[in-house]
Design a protein around this ligand. Sequence first.
Ligand SMILES: [Zn+2]
Length: 112
Amino acid sequence: MMTASAHLLSQQQDTYSERRNARAPDFILMQLDPRDVIEGVLLEEGFQSEDAPSAGHMREHCPHCSGVQLQLILRYKFVKRSHLFCSSCTRCYDALYPDGTSALALSAMSLV
Ligand SMILES: [Zn+2]
């Protein structure tokens, strides 16, 4: 019985990962201080910086805004480090693998 139920479980997981995009594992989103990711000035109404070019949309959604896909911002000029950006609430995130390493630190372009 143990074998049968274990097999059934793995079949369900395969179906699940095929329906999702199977290229990458689920990421843990960690909110970043915008001052750590982009050069800008802190104003009373919030952090203001130049618009950074988006390299594409991630399949991850912003945890604070339902249905808003995060954009991938690569390190570029005034962008200090690659990060995920929500155009709705302007929060910045890092994407961590389940083991805690940053998915954006190495080859962020392969994520889009
Ligand atoms: Zn948001």
